[in-house]
Design a protein around this ligand. Structure first.
Ligand code: MG
Length: 347
């Protein structure tokens, strides 16, 4: 999700100083990268011998593989615990301090939810019990030293294939197949995390429920295939204005949930309006005809001073979204206790 090379999301002034949020998000399954991304693999070479490190590093450079090299197990663990860690490790067994086996065991104890780290142990040991020990500690493969370039390249190819498979599975399990947004379970998990953090750090988070207006009409007039195209395009537009640590998911059929960490109700309502404008601004072209859609949005905000649960906040967003429908659609309504008492939740 963090792409240093590609264009970043727009920087909103209220987002300054909130980079810690991105750090937390990359430790979650929602961070599963799209498997078709080019930068699926980043290599960490851990080797205390300067000569070996330079030799293997030179092969990786020659093959155009993105990598970093360190000379100790301690440095390796530090890098692997940081955000966006390398996901393929070429790990020397004999190292000063933490050795390769220690590093393997540490990696396998990382909390689940982070991306899988594939480990190739580099070793001069070739007794069968040694190899078994490495595999038991968590290594995926091993390579005899001195390293032979063809063999190294073969092992890296296998690792890349496994990582791609793992990312495809992870992405499929956490994302909506049609829109590529987070699926319902994942956006609710993200809301739970955000809710907990909001309480812990005493920072608000805006929750927006967006529903496409008269979506049934699109299906009825242009057909369900056109409806799918509209859902995809709306998802794209919803996502286009978000910051790195905002999250959006498909909540139901034509309903989307957006979480804006750190945004109080004023900022949240303003951003909801900007997103609403963006969705409705241009017509949507589909192979079955052109159409225009708008969204109605309900906005609420989490706060540590309110004794509420996730389902209370979802209910508030829902009540406000129905208020937006009742008040003419293509608009944003912010939750207030008054709107609930007015019975807008019944629509
Ligand atoms: Mg060594």
């Amino acid at each position: 999700m963090l792409d240093k090379n590609g264009p970043g999301p727009r920087d909103h002034p209220e987002g300054l100083g909130l980079s810690f949020l991105a750090r937390d998000l990359v430790k979650t399954p929602s961070a599963c990268q799209h498997p078709h991304r080019a930068d699926v693999m980043k290599i960490l070479l851990v080797e205390d011998s300067y000569l070996e490190r330079h030799k293997v590093g030179a092969y990786l450079t020659e093959w155009g593989l993105d990598h970093v090299a360190v000379g100790s197990g301690t440095e390796a663990v530090k890098l692997l615990e940081a955000p966006e860690p390398p996901n393929l490790v070429l790990l020397d067994w004999m190292l000063p301090g933490l050795d390769g086996i220690d590093v393997c065991r540490r990696i396998r104890k990382f909390p689940s939810g982070g991306a899988y780290i594939y480990i190739v142990m580099l070793t001069a040991k070739n007794r069968k019990q040694d190899l078994l020990k490495a595999m038991e500690a968590g290594a995926d493969d091993y390579l005899a030293k001195p390293v032979d370039p063809s063999e190294l390249r073969a092992r890296i190819l296998v690792g890349k294939r496994i990582l791609e498979l793992q990312q495809s599975l992870c992405f499929a399990a956490t994302h909506d197949f049609l829109t590529n947004l987070l699926n319902r379970a994942e956006i609710l998990a993200a809301l739970q995390r955000e809710f907990s953090r909001s309480g812990r750090e005493d920072k608000p988070a805006t929750v927006i429920l967006a529903d496409i207006d008269h979506f049934k009409r699109v299906n009825d007039t242009l057909g369900h295939a056109a409806g799918d195209e509209v859902l995809k395009e709306v998802a794209k537009r919803l996502k286009s204005d978000l910051r790195l640590y905002d999250v959006v998911g498909r909540y139901g059929g034509e309903e989307f949930l957006i979480i804006l960490p750190g945004c109080d109700v004023t900022v949240g309502a303003r951003r909801a309006n900007e997103i609403r404008n963006l969705v409705g601004k241009d017509p949507i072209q589909t192979p079955f005809g052109t159409t225009s859609v708008t969204v109605s949005m309900g906005v609420t905000v989490t706060s540590s001073t309110r004794d509420h649960s996730i389902s209370d906040f979802l209910h508030e967003a829902d009540v406000s979204m129905y208020a937006a429908k009742k008040n003419g659609r293509n608009r944003v309504e912010v939750f207030s206790a008054a709107s609930q008492h007015a019975g807008f939740g019944q629509g």
